[in-house]
Design a protein around this ligand. Sequence first.
Ligand code: NAP
Length: 297
Amino acid sequence: MGGRLTGIRVAMLGGDAREIVLLEELLRQGALIQVGGLPALPARDGCTWYDDPLAAVRGVQVVILPVPGVNSEGRIYAPRSEQPLYFSQELAAAIPGGTPVLVGVARPFLKDMAAARGWHLVETADMDEMAILNSIPTAEGALMLAMQELPITLHGSQAFVLGLGRTGFTLARMLAGVGARVTVVDRGAADRARALVEGWRAVAFADLAGVIGEAQVIFNTVPDMVLTAAILAATSPEVLIIDLASAPGGTDFEAATALKRRAMLAPGLPGKVAPRTAGLILARIYPALILNCLERH
Ligand code: NAP
């Protein structure tokens, strides 16, 4: 089958429903895929399944790891695999220096290995195109959690969004769309101005303590400690806090427990609430990324 990835040899290790959508798209575009740690699909031209990840990476030009990557023990995220999948030294040695290695989020284990072996490690989750598109399932998931947990409708509620970045903006828009009264808290004057243009109340972090008591639901997107014990103490006892920022989040969860505030860290929403959409986002971005990486290589 012809396509812009024709003949490019790619290894895919681990993953979930998202990577299966991606696999289908890469095959459609002509790539030759060696797969480890995903359940076998019906026989397809251009696709070979291996039990041993070492066999899957032999002779490939690009390695694709799942969005959550590899944990601190070297275990590759592979919930569909019958066997645990490890990024062993032997596996690493089979990937030549300079090979593009694509992963959503790279933790120190993988970063160290990539640096030691000279791979071209590409972290895709923080790329603007990916983060902006992923903000849609993230925001939908955040609203879903709020609807499940709150005894009130979001419509008419006092909803606070901390951080008007890629996720915060989409979330604030969706909240406004369902009729919430949106307050955006951001450290940047320009972003606060943008919030005002959208018709939302805009507050600086310096002024947060004075208004946070009004919030019925707080969504945090700031990956830094912003919901401190002092700020939490000023919140309403009925407030719900949904922290979307990457672990450990931006909430003092110990203080929240001590103050009896309901606070939850909600990681990985795109893959949980909309795996097919999240897979389509990968499928939209990865082909061009692979070509760019190989051109530069
Ligand atoms: P982003 O576009 O970089 O937005 C982050 C926001 O936080 C920006 O408004 C930024 O302000 C602000 N910020 C950062 N450090 C701050 C500090 N010390 N004090 C005050 N504000 C600060 O990031 P994003 O793509 O929206 O992602 C936000 C977080 O959500 C990340 O941790 C990301 O990993 C996570 N995430 C989670 C999910 C999920 O499913 N839970 C999904 C996607 C992303 P400036 O613009 O001034 O820097």
